[in-house]
Write a protein that binds this ligand. Structure first.
Ligand SMILES: [Zn+2]
Length: 224
């Protein structure tokens, strides 16, 4: 009796693949040329291909707990997210980087509440949200705001990657901060000039910045 995963694998090959065979074969013959690096939270409810209407070959994706970008450093550690950013910018020469957080993010909640003691790596990893945390009780609203602040914080960190900054300043690369509200099906895009996230239905662009120092709409400077 085949298990469910095996059935799905067979289904992909027998049903989906024949209908899209040419595209996959072109992508093999010509190689991949994705224009977008998508840095997203690992959350199962965030489905990048659905959100963006992308097809195979369109998105180079790195996902981790919280959609975090580690600080650029020279420690030569085993930094998977950092390696993906370097590869996407230097080798694939992507034109856009999207950092996508979301509502009800377990990473942000756990950053407030603390991870289990045994989760040593998770504890260390969640420190990447520290600067986004607010000195208040983590209410729904505070969590929502923290999720958005965390996205901007990662965009700031991206600008510390020399190859990212170079490409941005040369006009070859744009940075986009997104906050996906699962229950509404709407992405709010970060607008650096307004210092705020704007619903995609009202925005005139898919996100900008942050290129100048980021100041929130209440005047607070998030990152010096
Ligand atoms: Zn999440």
């Amino acid at each position: 009796m085949p298990d469910e995963l095996l059935l799905r694998l067979r289904n992909f090959q027998e049903d989906y693949f024949p209908r899209h065979q040419q595209r996959f074969q072109d992508l093999v013959a010509q190689g991949q040329h994705p224009k977008t690096l998508f840095i997203g939270c690992s959350d199962s409810r965030l489905v990048p291909y659905l959100l963006t209407g992308a097809a195979p070959g369109d998105l180079f994706i790195v996902r981790n707990v919280g959609a975090f970008v580690p600080p650029y450093d020279q420690s030569h550690g085993l930094h998977g997210t950092m390696a993906a950013i370097e590869f996407a910018v230097l080798s694939l020469k992507v034109e856009q980087i999207i950092v996508c957080g979301h509502s009800h993010c377990g990473a942000i909640r756990t950053a407030y509440e603390g991870a289990p003691d045994e989760a040593v790596a998770l504890k260390a990893w969640l420190r990447l949200a520290d600067e986004a945390l607010l000195p208040v009780q983590p209410t729904r609203e505070a969590l929502h705001r923290t999720e958005q602040r965390a996205v901007v914080l990662q965009l700031e960190r991206l600008m510390d990657y020399p190859m990212v900054r170079r490409a941005v300043e040369a006009g070859h690369l744009t940075l986009h901060g997104w906050h996906y509200v699962i229950e509404n099906g709407e992405v709010h895009v970060f607008d650096a000039e307004r210092g705020a996230f704007v619903p995609a239905s009202e925005s005139t662009h898919s996100g900008t910045g942050p290129y100048p120092p980021y100041i929130e709409n209440d005047g607070q400077i998030l990152v010096d």
